[in-house]
Design a protein around this ligand. Structure first.
Ligand code: SF4
Length: 233
């Protein structure tokens, strides 16, 4: 049985601040989108499984040959494991990922008539698909805002900008974000934060941030102290 997601309550001040940050993100990254290349829900599902612990750029290099060889779940379910391993080797954890590709394809064939399902509960039955994968597929292939994708960028920025106090538990971070931002923005929110993570709020910062979002909202962020200004309470 699927767990009911309990969304915490946030104060008006927190909601207003989140709304301002969202507007700024949209202003600065108007073209934020899903960077995993795909032509259909199946390709997005497979690309997302491959993107665990790997960059989207690397995944996009691997998927053209993979989808040429095995374009549908029917073909991928029948693929020799060693060939799948070879095709996805450079994405890391390739043995495990190859197994996930084959087994999830088999489940699509056996349980869903070869179609990618449109519910969180069903997507979570696929090997290699956790909540993050399911959110990517639901949001970007079907336009369903079921949750927020919490990847490494979203986790880092949510913490640094004080949108959550939870540092590691991605389910709790997701719930805080779901509480702070309106449902219709959930899919775009993760694209926006990922773009900010790549452009400004990098994991390692070697100089004080100059991005307008950081200047305006990052005053409690650790890296603000690099300016010698201290944190603002
Ligand atoms: S001020 Fe620093 S930590 Fe805060 S969002 Fe900007 S780059 Fe990230």
């Amino acid at each position: 049985m699927i767990e009911v997601v309990k969304i915490p309550k946030k104060s008006k001040k927190q909601l207003d601040r989140a709304s301002e940050i969202y507007a700024e993100l949209v202003k600065h990254y108007p073209n934020a989108y899903c960077e995993l290349n795909h032509n259909n829900p199946f390709e997005l599902l497979i690309a997302t499984i491959l993107s665990a612990q790997c960059t989207d750029v690397r995944v996009n290099k691997v998927t053209p040959a993979l989808f040429k060889a095995y374009p549908t779940p029917y073909e991928m379910a029948e693929a020799p494991l060693e060939e799948l391993e070879e095709l996805v080797r450079t994405t890391g954890f390739f043995r495990n990922k190859a197994k996930s590709l084959k087994e999830s394809s088999q489940t699509l064939v056996d349980e869903f008539d070869g179609e990618v399902p449109k519910t969180m509960e069903e997507l979570l039955t696929l090997r290699g698909a956790a909540r993050k994968t399911a959110n990517v597929v639901l949001g970007n292939a079907f336009g369903i805002n079921e949750g927020v994708v919490v990847d490494t960028h979203v986790r880092r920025i949510s913490n640094r900008l004080g949108l959550t106090k939870e540092e590691n538990n991605t389910d709790k971070i997701e719930r805080d974000l779901m509480a702070l931002f309106p449902r219709e923005s959930w899919t775009d929110l993760s694209h926006l934060m990922i773009h900010h993570g790549r452009n400004a709020c990098k994991a390692r910062l070697s100089s004080p941030p100059e991005h307008p979002i950081c200047i305006k909202y990052g005053k409690n962020c650790e890296c603000w102290k690099m300016r010698g200004l201290g944190s603002e309470k």
